[in-house]
Design a protein. Structure first.
Length: 365
């Protein structure tokens, strides 16, 4: 792993560059340091075994979105090598694979294809096996006939039994059950159908079938804390990511006025709560809507992230033993400080827009 040498900020200041040059240099350096922390995580065989498809997606999306040629090239090269490793490790889909295994293969294979390590036979086999499962299997509801439901229980907190939809008490031990938030259900369904659309494999429904229910969960509740209401905040940011191909395109605020207003209203809360993970997603999402580092709110978020990057290049708690939290917080920190190479203003899936703008989604018979 190469080690970059960091130029002290005092030295940069003494060279008297313009504020714009100083900002770009600091942002590029911080993003590259974060990328190299991700490389360390992904280079660990156990971490790659557990999180390979997600790490592949991180390197691919960063390589596509970054305006810094060095970060762009390094993310692409490292990601391509990881994609070859993923293909070598998992060369074929097991016969009659379970739904979670199929999704993991799709997530890894679509990104390997994006990185140029293409396997068309695997895509055809995954499409065949994905078709064995219903919309409810994939999404926990059928978006063609209903909105994200409110009566799907979490596994029992006492005995971990998985109960049927509509159950209020565990049928095994009688413990009262807690329901899955409809925001979590929408989040999962958006990400799942986006992945299917991106790969060309239908996963229970079309993305537009799910996206039309976004208005049904508005207006968004005012969060008590971002951590307590993370199901709402991450649903909002992933509405944006899935509609702009993960930071490749700008979006108009009038397309998503409720989401834009939520981000503007609560970005400061992420700073107050010292939540670098959420702040990174908020700051990159605000830039999607045309805000820049000249905007005081965006600049304040970027400055916070620059000031709170760890010595190893990561963001978040160094003592945290959860590898997913370590790399995901760093990934979103990179997104918060990174400069973007926007490819214009458009929706990744244009057919979703009319339904998103509709006040009352129509149920398809």
């Amino acid at each position: 792993m190469r080690v970059i040498s960091l130029i002290p900020l005092l030295l940069l200041a003494s060279c008297a560059p313009s504020p714009r040059q100083l900002d770009h240099s600091a942002r590029d350096t911080a993003a590259l340091r974060g990328l190299r922390f991700l490389e360390q995580i992904a280079s660990h065989p156990l971490h790659f075994k557990d999180y390979g498809p997600d790490l592949l997606w991180a390197f691919y999306t960063l390589s596509e979105a970054s305006a810094d040629p060095l970060l762009k090239q390094e993310a692409r090269t490292f990601g391509t090598n990881l994609a070859r490793q993923w293909r070598d490790t998992l060369p074929a889909v097991p016969p009659n694979a379970g739904i979670n295994q199929i999704y993991d293969y799709i997530a890894g294979s679509e990104t390997a294809d994006d990185l140029g390590v293409i396997d068309d036979p695997m895509r055809h086999e995954l499409a065949r096996q994905a078709g064995r499962f219903s919309p409810v299997d994939w999404l926990r509801f059928n978006p063609r006939i209903e909105p994200p439901p409110t009566d799907i229980p979490h596994p029992c907190s006492r005995c971990k039994h998985a109960n049927h939809r509509g159950s209020k008490n565990c049928r095994k031990c009688g413990e009262p059950l807690h329901m899955v938030s409809p925001y979590d259900i929408l989040f999962d369904a958006l990400v799942t159908t986006y992945a299917g659309h991106h790969y060309g494999v239908r996963l229970g429904a079309e993305y537009a079938d799910v996206a039309r229910w976004i208005p049904s969960l508005r207006p968004y509740p005012v969060p008590s804390t971002l951590a307590a209401d993370s199901n709402v905040t991450y649903t909002i940011t992933h509405i944006i990511y899935t509609l702009n191909d993960y930071d490749q395109y700008r979006l108009r605020p009038e397309w998503l006025p409720h989401e834009f207003a939520f981000l503007k209203a609560h970005a400061q809360m992420a700073i107050d709560e010292k939540d670098a993970e959420t702040l990174g997603e908020f700051i990159d999402s605000l830039q999607v809507f045309g805000m820049t580092d000249k905007d005081p709110q965006v600049r304040k978020g970027i400055d916070y992230l620059l000031a709170h990057q760890n010595a190893d290049g990561s963001w978040g708690e160094i003592q945290d033993h959860d590898i997913y939290t370590r790399y995901h917080t760093t990934w979103t920190g990179i997104g918060g400080v990174m400069r973007y190479a926007w490819r214009g203003e458009r929706l990744a899936i244009p057919e979703a827009l009319p339904a998103i703008l509709a006040a009352k989604p129509r149920i398809t018979p």
